[in-house]
Design a protein around this ligand. Structure first.
Ligand code: AMP
Ligand code: ZN
Length: 485
């Protein structure tokens, strides 16, 4: 098997993946700030990492996948107000009610898109003690300073011995000349310094005691603390959307270096953005579609409703590091392709084997792995899967032949890539169950009529024949119900 190559944002090159512990992967992905419903852009990033997780699992790795919930500390841009506190104030709810509501929404939405739940899902508010301990260490190293009950990371001092900008490629001098002067009101020594701890204003609801003030931790700190707590001071993979590279991930590296004297992560992975009308999908600009609007078709931006698997298939047709624009046309094309793929997979179990093979399954299989081993290239993989679809149709028409063994291998590989790795679900099967429900209900009605007519032969025949297909009828007080064996 070819080795897996991953594009590392730290080196800006594709590198061979070497796990710290053989056959194990530690992966941390920045989770959502739970102050509003996740939009499809957020979903794309989480789905990209779901595909990566699935491929590692498929290759036989044991993965510890940690994805946090930001439930405190994420400030509104250009403000000192916490996003969750602000929403709680506006909606006159407890901050933890906001957190609960949107955490539940997030889980339900990702489940609909068939994303695997993380192994650990830590929250910022559940790790305040650890964050305070990390701040103490950074202060002791002289890399942070306290002003009026708040603590800031000293970027200039850190940059004397380490490299602030190592991930984003930004240069501190440039950063300094590009940022506006401090307005004199700021407590920071330098505009690039970032908060490790903020003193809470009297009206700020979410607050915890600390050696410096009643306050709350800075957003970047939770990820440093929770990733290293559960994956170790050095772990394999850290992921997130491209927009988190700077400053969030840059600050994470600086904090971890300050605490542990070495870089925290071997491979930094960044997923690219979902756009709508060519612009980044974003809550703050109003340029977004919510998953529920897509499922119901309740938006002027789409021609009709689309199912989760059609969206998943569209997302998988773009490489995770490429920008993808969402449109009705793209979704309609994806729906056609998805249906074609599912139709082929439905006839796959009924294909007949031959004495010889005239399609090289091994070559085809190697190409599928080659695509995924080249930085998880799902669009190329899908092109090979459509070659598979073509072969399925040719075998059905007896124009291509496969031996029993080749057919079994081909079928297993097709299913593994479509269902296990890409995470698609055959929604048409779900539809069939709904249809079956209707058909059995109709037969129950006919049987009731036969019983009313005292036509016991017919009513028994319906019951027995259904039983022979594995459908058991049960007569009760409320009427007849059925179960499927
Ligand atoms: P947030 O809740 O804003 O911290 O975002 C959660 C995740 O969604 C982060 O990894 C972001 O990078 C990602 N994200 C936000 N907007 C988009 C977008 N338009 N396309 C893809 N990912 C996004
Ligand atoms: Zn993070």
């Amino acid at each position: 098997m070819l080795s897996l190559k991953i594009y590392n944002s730290l080196s800006n090159t594709k590198e061979v993946f070497k796990p710290i512990h053989a056959q194990h992967v530690g992966m941390y992905v920045c989770g959502p700030t739970v102050y509003s419903n996740v939009h499809l852009g957020n979903v794309r990033t989480f789905m990209s990492f779901d595909m990566i997780l699935r491929y590692f699992k498929h290759l036989g790795f044991k993965v510890r996948y940690v994805r946090n919930i930001t439930d405190a500390g994420h400030l509104e841009d250009d403000s000192t107000e916490d996003k969750i506190s602000k929403k709680a104030r506006i909606e006159k709810l407890e901050p933890m009610e906001i957190v609960q509501q949107y955490t539940v929404d997030f889980h339900q939405i990702l489940e609909r898109f068939n994303c695997i739940a993380p192994s650990i899902e830590p929250t910022a508010t559940g790790h305040i003690v650890e964050q305070i301990e990390a701040i103490k260490i950074i202060l002791n190293k002289g890399l942070a300073y306290e002003v009026n009950g708040s603590v800031y990371f000293d970027v200039l001092k850190y940059n004397k011995t380490k490299h602030y900008g190592i991930l984003s490629g930004r240069n501190i001098e440039e950063l300094l000349s590009n940022t506006r002067e401090l307005d004199g009101q700021s407590e920071k020594r330098n505009p690039q310094d970032f908060a490790l701890w903020k003193k809470a204003s009297p009206q700020h609801i979410m607050r915890w005691p600390s050696p410096w003030s009643d306050g709350f931790p800075g957003w970047h700190l939770e990820c440093t603390v929770m990733s290293t707590k559960y994956l170790g001071e050095k772990f394999d993979i850290h992921g997130g959307g491209m927009d988190l590279k700077f400053p969030h991930h840059e600050c994470e590296i600086a904090q971890a270096e300050a605490c542990n004297n070495h870089p925290p992560v071997n491979y930094w992975l960044h997923a690219n953005m979902l756009t709508l009308n060519g612009k980044k999908m974003s809550k703050s600009t109003g340029n977004y579609i919510l998953p529920n609007q897509l499922f119901s078709g309740n938006t002027d931006l789409l021609s009709k409703p689309f199912s989760p698997s059609v969206v998943r298939f569209l997302f998988m047709q773009a490489h995770y590091r490429s920008i993808l624009d969402l449109s009705s046309e793209a979704l309609e094309a994806s729906e056609k392709g998805y249906n074609r793929l599912m139709e082929a997979l439905q006839i796959l179990p009924n294909l007949n084997a031959s004495n010889t093979s005239d399609f090289n399954v091994n070559d085809w299989k190697a190409k599928c792995y080659e695509a995924m081993n080249d930085d998880f290239n799902t669009p190329i993989l899908i092109a090979h899967l459509f070659e598979g679809v073509k072969q399925i149709n040719l075998i059905e028409q007896s124009q291509t032949h496969l031996t029993q063994q080749d057919l079994a291998d081909f079928s297993k590989t097709m299913k593994a890539f479509v269902f296990d790795v890409l995470g698609l679900v055959n929604e048409n099967v779900v539809l069939n169950i709904q249809t079956l429900d209707k058909v059995v209900s109709m037969l129950i009605k006919m049987r009731n009529q036969a019983r009313a007519d005292k036509n016991w032969t017919l009513s028994d025949e319906i019951r027995d024949e259904l039983a022979s297909y594995g459908v058991q009828l049960k007569d009760g007080k409320e009427g007849t119900t059925f179960s499927i064996n």
